[in-house]
Design a protein around this ligand. Sequence first.
Ligand SMILES: Cc1ncc(COP(=O)(O)O)c(C=O)c1O
Length: 416
Amino acid sequence: MSNAPIFVTQPYLPPLDEFLPYLEKIWDNKILTNNGPFHRELEEALGNYLGVKHLSLFTNATLGLITALQALRITGEVITTPYSFVATAHSLMWNNIRPVFVDVDPQTCNLDPKKIEAMITPRTTAIMPVHCYGRPCDVEAIQEIADTYGLKVIYDAAHAFGVRHQGQSVLNYGDLSILSFHATKVFNTFEGGAIICQDERTKQRIDYLKNFGFANETTVIATGINGKMSEFNAALGLLQLKHIDRAIAMRREIDGYYREQLRLIPGLTPLIPQDDNFNQSYFPILVSDDYPLTRDELYAHLKNHQINGRRYFYPLISDFPMYRQFPSAQSELLPSARFLSDRVICLPLYPALSQEDTQRIAQVLALPCVQEAAFSDSFMRTSPAIPFSDQSGGSNCEFGAYVPGFQSSHATLIAG
Ligand SMILES: Cc1ncc(COP(=O)(O)O)c(C=O)c1O
């Protein structure tokens, strides 16, 4: 079995020869950016694919988030989650807005709507939840709170490409949603992102803001920024779109395989349910006390076998130096986020991950169980206090079952 490193993700890339005609077009027309033909075509194609009406492409999701807050003139305080990538809260800080961290639901990893109201103050103007790992937030409950208190809702939908909820795109909920097309995401344009909004007027404002605030050649309506996606990235996006269904189907297969294997390993539980409305962007597992290693020990164990899991999301955003002094960052207010941050690891998941690689990962995950079982087995054999016939009760591992492809003795398993 190969011992080559396996990374937590690997970008999907279409065949290079399919990209060359796009490059030739760019070389011919010399339009590199500024709402060029590929940019316009991708906005329309993505809108159709995702089932959303208004979409503005961006250089990346972080600039999308920063601009989204500007577009809705958000100020003061915004309720958000500590269990996310740091860009979620950074986008608030770049707008001089104070993030107010609210705990997550430990089942969904998403902002817990039951805990939001207690953190609303007269300075609160919006809620910025994250569809963590592509699992939709409780969008109905969040909207009800927003409507009651007159708050805007801006979803960090960086993980939610193609995700559906109640028969439609999850991006149609809230005031704005921001996608990431970063290399690590389900759909990538190398770097890239988009804001989805619900009306033409808001799109117009967003488009001005991402182009320095220019409304026309001589009119600047706001202190905008340069958030424009280039023609190169947009062309790549158009090509990626042709392959995206296959790429997601390949992710689904790996997701299914992991689930089969994990049923045999005590203490490792998939966090996201199997659901065809989701996009299989990540495969987070919860490491519970039934597993012989802690999450961090498992992380190191995988690394020792050249397998790179990722502790998404550890540390919590609220633990970083620029956030930890905020009252809402106090640990006792965020027990579920802390629990997940200490116990979750994302397994490698990307379309090109081979069956052989997934088997290798499953074997390495099972190994500590096998070793523990073998240890307690030999302990029981040598301990006069424990009758030999009780040995099977000494462990909750059924060795052969844990290591796919291995049905042999403990010694072989460990040597393998
Ligand atoms: C939840 C979340 N928000 C925002 C971002 C930032 O996206 P980008 O890299 O496109 O700026 C990421 C990216 O990794 C993310 O995971």
